[in-house]
Design a protein around this ligand. Structure first.
Ligand SMILES: C[S@@+](CC[C@H](N)C(=O)[O-])C[C@H]1O[C@@H](n2cnc3c(N)ncnc32)[C@H](O)[C@@H]1O
Length: 284
């Protein structure tokens, strides 16, 4: 798809600034029900930014934002300093800075009431998405990851350190969490989600299938690691079988924009390319 310059772009006048930087206790978020958020209808911009536009926008907004400056340093250096005095090595695994620019720009542009991510890890993508929603003045992030079963996940402590609110963790494999969500949200009203959980092909396909059911026309499902065999194969399936356009503005992120709802006949099937590269390195 084109990464056009005529994107409506983020509204830089209606945000509420960076909000207050207070500690968010882990106990504040664990009891929240992620399925009790009312979603309204919205209009979604039809085009997407290019990486340079997104980077310039991020650079403008990071001034005066301790959270964005912290994230930029962590994503650039690959080291995440936490409150226990230990640095976590975040790459490979976490988003890269150029992914952050694009996800930040999209979140600021779309002003979603809710974003869903699969794969929380150390919380870098979550912190980035919540930073954008804080400037938007609204928005909740639902993160699904079994790692959240830990009593004090490092990523939740990161969100607390940065004073980011609006996080609703789901300590389940995303197949289970998304199935429960899709049963509740029968109207497709998501406009942004981020897939970065299990890198098994079957898990990626289930993430996409369930997120698609909840995604508004023109909404976006962003897939991390399109160079991996599972995501490469999923993208081939999507392009051959589903009304989406897929952009890869950077090598580590594919942005899939829904063009229409699914109207296939019940037995529709178009063959698609399956990656022949074996994986198992555990590197992505
Ligand atoms: C690459 S990391 C996510 C990094 C994160 N998005 C970031 O940018 O900081 C992948 C995560 O997926 C999680 N994961 C593994 N299997 C999963 C599943 N079935 N559902 C959801 N998350 C899963 C792992 O626990 C791990 O934390």
């Amino acid at each position: 798809m084109s990464c056009a310059a005529e994107v409506p772009g983020p509204d830089t006048t209606s945000g509420v600034g960076q909000g207050t930087e207070r500690d968010l206790l882990v106990s504040d978020v664990q009891h929240l029900d992620p399925f009790e958020i009312e979603l309204s209808t919205y209009s979604v911009p039809a085009d997407l930014p290019d990486p340079a536009t997104a980077a310039a926008f991020f650079a403008g907004e990071k001034t005066g934002s301790a959270a964005l400056q912290f994230l930029e340093t962590a994503l650039s250096s690959g080291a995440l300093p936490l409150d226990d005095g230990f640095d976590r090595i975040i790459h490979p695994g976490a988003i890269f800075l150029h992914d952050a620019h694009l996800l930040y720009y999209l979140t600021r542009s779309l002003r979603p009431e809710m974003v869903v991510e699969t794969g929380f890890g150390y919380g870098l993508s979550a912190a980035l998405l919540l930073s954008a929603m804080r400037v938007n003045g609204r928005g909740t992030l639902v993160s699904m990851d079994p790692i959240l079963q830990s009593p004090s996940p490092a990523g939740v402590r990161l969100l607390a350190k940065l004073g980011l609110e609006g996080h609703r963790p789901v300590a389940e494999p995303s197949a289970l969490g998304l199935a429960a969500m899709a049963a509740k949200y029968r109207e497709p009203r998501l406009k942004l989600s981020f897939v970065d959980g299990s890198h098994h092909f079957d898990a990626k396909m289930i993430d996409f299938y369930l997120l698609d059911r909840m995604t508004e026309v023109h909404g976006i499902i962003a897939l991390h690691d399109p160079d991996g065999s599972a995501v490469e194969t999923l993208i081939s399936f999507i392009e051959a079988n589903r009304p989406y356009r897929v952009a890869r503005p950077v090598s580590t992120l594919a942005i899939c924009q829904k063009l229409e709802h699914d109207t296939r006949l019940w037995d529709h099937f178009v063959p698609f390319h399956v990656s022949q590269r074996h994986h198992g390195s555990g590197l992505i």
